[in-house]
Design a protein around this ligand. Structure first.
Ligand SMILES: CC(C)(COP(=O)(O)OP(=O)(O)OC[C@H]1O[C@@H](n2cnc3c(N)ncnc32)[C@H](O)[C@@H]1OP(=O)(O)O)[C@@H](O)C(=O)NCCC(=O)NCCSC(=O)/C(=C/c1ccccc1)CC(=O)O
Length: 256
């Protein structure tokens, strides 16, 4: 699979580029994608990433079912050597925006669920179809979808494999915004640039507090978030943010 990767300022744009196969994930593409996520995580110039698909039909339709092969190695050995594929590479405190330009199906929807913001085009469609093809939404879809949207809707999607459209995805809160196809990337860029202009350590701490706090009892989460505030309190960027406010100018954040 081709995966395009460009940076503009502090924003990384990752485009799954196999439109003829609905941007399904083939083995080469998975290797490339893992390298790209490593670059996003480790390059200090990058503050946020936007993940999208090439063409107007699909964001990603999950595993390339025509190219997928069961490896020779047994699953237990593979699991203890490499762990779960795809999603762990996306684990980082820098935010990721899913810019869903069409079908987000199977592993495609699961990758979108691993992102922090989801916006979609009016033509987007969403499904976890794995039960239809005798598999399982094993890239966290069984866990993340019922946590992202009302359980009854999630269970219907998980068990039937039925699609929901963009309007329904917006209604249930799977996406925050729906845009016309020709305006979707501009919207993603607008959000990405807005987030990239905020203080990078604060943005990462906000994501960390929200993501980790969701798995904690509330009193622990509150304490944790206060401690995260504490580690930001003495940063140069916080001084800069407050000074810039007082001086009525735009802040210049440096991530320290
Ligand atoms: C999305 C669709 C409903 C679109 O239908 P439409 O009629 O508009 O278009 P098609 O003619 O069907 O598609 C055009 C072209 O693309 C090929 N295509 C589309 N999706 C795939 C795919 N996933 N793999 C391979 N090829 C794909 C299609 O064959 C056509 O090719 P052509 O005939 O022109 O040569 C419809 O395309 C659709 O239903 N697609 C399948 C979506 C799906 O079921 N996805 C789930 C895959 S399983 C998965 O993602 C898993 C993830 C995972 C879990 C755990 C660990 C790792 C991964 C499970 C797993 O891998 O077991």
């Amino acid at each position: 699979m081709g995966v395009d990767f460009v940076t503009e300022g502090n924003v990384a744009y990752i485009t799954l580029n196999r439109p003829d196969a609905m941007n399904a994930l083939d083995p080469e593409g998975l290797v490339r994608l893992a390298e790209i996520w490593g670059e996003v995580k480790n390059n200090p110039e990058i503050r946020i990433a936007v993940l999208t698909g090439a063409g107007e039909k699909a964001f990603c339709t999950g595993t390339d079912m025509k190219k997928a092969k069961v490896p020779d190695e047994c699953m237990a050995a593979l699991y203890y050597k490499e762990g779960q594929p795809i999603i762990p590479h996306m684990k980082m405190w820098k935010p990721i925006i899913a810019c869903i330009n069409g079908y987000a199906v199977g592993g495609g929807l699961e990758m979108a669920l691993a992102c922090d913001l989801r916006i979609c085009s009016t033509t987007a469609k969403f499904a976890l179809t794995e039960t239809k093809v005798a598999s399982l939404a094993g890239l966290n879809g069984t866990q993340c979808l019922p946590r992202a949207i009302p359980q009854a809707v999630a269970m219907k999607m998980l068990l039937t494999g039925e699609m929901i459209d963009a309007a329904e995805a917006h209604r249930v809160g799977l996406v925050s915004d729906v845009a016309e196809p020709d305006q979707l990337m501009a919207l993603a860029r607008k959000y990405a640039e807005k987030i990239a202009s905020n203080a990078p350590l604060s943005v990462m701490a906000a994501k960390q507090a929200a993501v980790m706090g969701m798995d904690m009892p509330l009193p622990h989460a509150i304490d944790f978030s206060y401690l995260l505030w504490g580690i930001l309190r003495d940063t140069e960027d916080r001084k800069e943010g407050f000074t810039a406010f007082a001086e009525k100018r735009a802040p210049q954040y440096r991530g320290r």
